[in-house]
Ligand binder design. Structure first.
Ligand code: UN1
Length: 497
């Protein structure tokens, strides 16, 4: 196999990207620098936001189904570039190639969804209490949308936001993770091609990108022209961005840390549950916000099930994510390994029994997934460590399992493995899982784009992608129209001159 740097060079050429700049492009496959990209200065970032703001004045006038046509062209180009784009995802964030392809597929899917949506930005008509009056609700374009995305889904999560924002009439400014600048630039280049094909109805500055660190995210959060800031990342990042945006009464959409759990019950299909849990906690090397982090198993199955999971973790194929046989790639960088090692030692100190978690001797950061039996759900089990670590707990009563599942500050994804209809219904009811995502007989990760994606509590409350998430990207207007010759006041108030 070629070195990651050689592959990156070939792909950069293919997408017309320069590797001559000042910020390093590092592949987690070997942890080495493979070139440089140009950092955006604060001056340029401000100019891009201001240009996006003038683009808004034009783009909001283009009919929504026409805006959808731009996204259709983009989706078409993504189909044509699926393979090389997936390779770049894999090279820059280290996820196995089948997941890289899945990520680009997720972009294509959301394009299709957004194209359909461009003809379905429906409002309501509402019965007025006054004779000769009509009430209605319209959804109008909102303004510039700032998108802050994370390294682990470097392009799909941007696409959830970007495609919806574009059909909703909003220009976009993107601050990708500084760990994945090149694939972001490649996607920006593909969108530029779509804009070119679309023609001059698309104003200059409709889509732009800010390459660099957290300071650029802050600039986006603080700029009054950015109507909505959609941010994906850690709870700490969301706390900072959310407060900054709220201070200027901007809107934010936050998709932050998860601490996702699955319950395995006595009636579960255990082979299915095992595969789902194995993918949930080891897939993407535990670096998804939906990764399985806590497993709550009925006491009658606990030991057998955990033994099987330990065997899977001990034998799973870890290595170069470009190799199709690899199921677990590297952690993104040394800092990720340090965070994992620190969590494992805190867990040990708290009485946790750890298996796995060793570093594998080779270039890059490759680790054996770790399983921890904790005496209580406390300490490290209450925080999100972005690594393949699974805490296991046992339960006796189903209600206790639900209490454990809900007993953390985060509320993104959850699932139950059961064939008992009562348990399944209870789990998805108002008194069941408190998460934004509650699955039955499916793991916590790997959601489809059709549903609203996001979670409660410290996960930030935002909803992206499918269902009616588009509403976050539009402003709602209520209109009451009087087609009578009288002026009755609401609530029967009298005001006769
Ligand atoms: C994320 O980790 O930020 O449901 C998003 C999933 C993916 C998206 C994850 N479709 O796991």
């Amino acid at each position: 196999m070629k070195s990651p740097a050689e592959d990156i060079e070939t792909l950069a050429k293919l997408f017309g990207l320069s590797l001559d700049g000042n910020l390093p492009v590092v592949s987690p496959i070997d942890g080495r620098s493979a070139g440089l990209v140009v950092e955006t200065t604060h001056e340029d970032a401000t100019a891009k936001i201001e240009l996006a703001n003038s683009a808004f004045l034009h783009w909001r006038k283009v009919p929504a189904p026409r805006r959808g046509e731009l996204v259709r062209l983009f989706g078409q180009l993504l189909r044509e570039h699926k393979e090389p784009l997936a390779q770049l995802v894999t090279l820059e964030c280290g996820k196995p190639i089948s997941e890289g392809l899945g990520e680009v597929q997720e972009m294509i899917d959301i394009c299709d969804f957004a194209v359909g949506l461009s003809r379905q930005l429906y409002g309501l008509t509402i019965a007025s209490e006054r004779p000769g009056h009509r009430m209605m609700e319209s959804w109008h374009p909102l303004g510039v949308v700032g998108i802050i995305s994370a390294f682990n889904f470097p392009v799909a999560v941007w696409a959830w936001n970007a495609t919806l924002a574009l059909v909703c009439g909003d220009p976009i400014v993107w601050k990708p993770s500084e760990k994945t600048p090149l694939v972001s630039l490649a996607v920006q280049a593909i969108l530029a091609m779509a804009i070119e094909d679309f023609g001059k109805e698309a104003p200059e500055g409709l889509s732009s990108i800010l390459i660099g660190g957290a300071d650029l995210g802050q600039l986006l959060a603080d700029h009054p022209a950015v109507s909505l800031v959609s941010a994906t990342g850690s709870t700490a990042m969301g706390r900072s961005v959310g407060v900054r945006v709220a201070q200027r009464f901007g809107r934010s959409l936050l998709e932050l840390g998860g601490n996702n759990a699955s319950i395995v019950t006595p009636s579960a299909d255990l082979d299915l549950a095992l595969r789902a849990c194995a993918f949930g906690f080891m897939g993407t090397a535990g670096q998804r916000c939906t990764s399985l982090r806590r497993l709550i198993v009925h006491e009658s199955l606990h030991d057998d099930f955990v033994t099987r999971l330990r065997a899977a973790a001990a034998s799973i194929r870890i290595g170069d994510p470009r190799d199709p046989a690899t199921l677990v790639g590297p952690l993104v960088d040394e800092a990720a390994f340090e965070a994992m090692a620190a969590t494992l030692s805190t867990a040990r100190a708290a009485g946790g029994k750890v298996t796995g978690g060793e570093r594998i001797e080779q270039e890059g950061v490759y680790v054996r997934p770790a399983i921890i039996e904790m005496p209580h759900q406390s300490g490290p089990a209450l925080i999100e460590t972005f690594a393949p670590i699974l805490y296991v707990f046992r339960y006796a009563e189903f209600e206790d399992a639900i209490a454990l599942l809900n007993g953390v500050p985060q509320g993104l994804s959850s699932s139950v493995f059961t064939n008992d209809m009562r348990e399944a219904e209870f789990f998805t009811s108002a008194t069941g899982s408190d998460c934004g995502i509650a699955n039955v007989n499916i793991g916590t990760s790997g959601a489809e784009i059709g549903g609203a994606f996001g979670g409660e509590k410290e996960t930030g409350g935002g909803r992206e992608s499918g269902s009616d998430s588009w509403r976050a990207y539009m402003r709602r207007q209520t209109s009451t129209i009087n087609y009578s010759r009288d002026l009755p006041l609401a609530q029967g108030v009298r005001f006769e001159l």
